[in-house]
Design a binder for this molecule. Sequence first.
Ligand code: PGA
Length: 259
Amino acid sequence: MKILITDSANSAAQKAAFFMQQFVIDKPNAVLGLATGGTMLKVYHHMIEFFKAGDFSYANVQSFNLDEYVGLAGTHPASYRYYMNENLFQHIDININNTHLPNGQSDDLPAEANRYENAIHQANGLDAILLGLGKNGHIGFNEPASSLASRTRLKTLAKSTREANMKYFKHIDDVPKYAITMGIKTILEAKNCILIATGESKAQAVVDMIEGPMSANCPASALQMHEYTTVILDKAAASKLKNLDYYHYVHPNGDEVNL
Ligand code: PGA
């Protein structure tokens, strides 16, 4: 794992945005995996800024989001389709028909999960995937005890996840109990993984992901098996790491060093 520790949550987001932009510059028809959540708002803010200031296009990019709630229409303000349209897609030149999320309103949710997994394969897989980290170590909605070999499927959300996402709903009872999420194996098949975590509330999950044993108890620890994972942290999220000095030594200021 490449571990980049930046001074602030904003510089971490900027760095993640820079990586995502670079994938598109290098491969204009890149297939990107995308995430939602509070942390990503800043990442998308910077991706939009870079797009407006830059000389590149998302017109031939395809995107697949990690997950979507079961039962919410894309017009529901807390749905991930709505989030993506509002916070990224409508601000860049991506073709909305090339943006994919699972259909959480499907009549046949297991079939929809299989269709989504197959659609990723038909697109020749993900060139890069952007990931957040749950306080409980989840990536996508792969909650603790998810199979490290899992594929896109229906998943029951953990109580802590529903509580963390309560802020987007009027009442805890309104937070969906289920989601369709890419599986851990689906994520590991992406050619590059970029995970961003900021804030002290993520510090323990960061330790479990990077320095803990690989375990379904911390689904993000499966990234230890991925050849090209970059973890971008701010100081607070990195604060509990045992080998912090080493990570700073390898990448001073969170920068890449060309040898
Ligand atoms: P957050 O969510 O960015 O809102 O903390 C991250 C996640 O649960 O994956």
